[in-house]
Design a protein around this ligand. Sequence first.
Ligand SMILES: C[S@@+](CC[C@H](N)C(=O)[O-])C[C@H]1O[C@@H](n2cnc3c(N)ncnc32)[C@H](O)[C@@H]1O
Length: 367
Amino acid sequence: MYRSDVRDAHDVERGAIVSVVDEAKNFVGQAFYSDQSEIALRFLSTSREIIDRDWWRDLLRQSVERRSAIAKETNAYRLVYSEGDLLPSLIIDVYDGHYVLQSLSQGTDRLQSEIVELMVEEFEPRSISERNDARVRQFEGLELRKGVLFGDAPHEIEITQNAVRLMVGPLSGQKTGAFLDQRENYLAAARVAYGRALDCFTCNGGFALNLAKSCESVIGIDISEEAVASAQRNAELNDARNVEFKTANVFDALREMETAGERFDTIVLDPPAFTKSRATIKSGARGYKEINLRALKLLPPGGVLITCTCSYHLSEEMFLGIIAEAAVDARRRLQIIEKRGQSSDHPVLLGVPETHYLKCVIARVLQ
Ligand SMILES: C[S@@+](CC[C@H](N)C(=O)[O-])C[C@H]1O[C@@H](n2cnc3c(N)ncnc32)[C@H](O)[C@@H]1O
């Protein structure tokens, strides 16, 4: 609930859990209160239940229970996904028994040490680290910090996703160490990928290494030398000899490849969010259109495009519109094979569209 909808919050402490009533004094629910963020209230419950240590323990257990099938497939996944698990502003990721947490509001920041205690009691973690260096904390008036809170956290952890081995740095990598949200899209992409493949914005090589199994060759591109170095090490770890990585700006690289007359059978586009606020949707849309247009020009008929946006301000409908415009400009007819979202350990809460941030469209060029 936005600040503009709050009538009266006097004597409420920052980060406190409050009872919310409407103007007629009808009970609405219980929520975290923030005295700084535009999101003044984040709802925890619509009932008058007691929200104490046992309540938190129970919700953590429920999240674990819901991930039991995923935990059999991989040792790295999101255990708690904020609003998606009715635990707003709390993220907990697990990497082979090492836990990484983010407290993204005054409410979860205030309760963090209690949550860490509960994690120790419930999960028997090898370590717990905080990645509270996410910039959204600044909207809450919270400091940015990261570090180890419990146990010994190694600099790097080996994880396995879809039988691909990846090295992850929980305190050094992006987000909480890796992009866990594409795990199921890697598999979907690998199902249709073939021939000569290009993985744009490869980061630590997630798509590239999954595609390597079904493609003759894969080139991964990222602007960050550090990301390319880690992708190269991951290729060695998997003995993937048909994959090479290059440090380059994707915008330039796609243009140069077009000029050089290069062709690919499969192209992945997984850029960073080009629009992080409503105000920049137009300029962000231009960025998405540009890379999709350039990629489509490199794909002959039969070619496969796996194109993503992780911006929650861009709806699936808007994203499909951008891809359609790019296809018209590239003079390609596109068939949508699949419309996907983030992996199922990042569940979307109906009624909270922001929880559906990742869109992944898999399409085939017909003409
Ligand atoms: C969303 S992440 C990609 C995640 C990756 N595909 C995965 O599955 O783990 C975006 C990546 O794009 C890279 N990047 C940002 N701008 C770029 C650009 N102009 N050219 C190439 N890479 C870029 C970042 O370094 C980052 O690794």
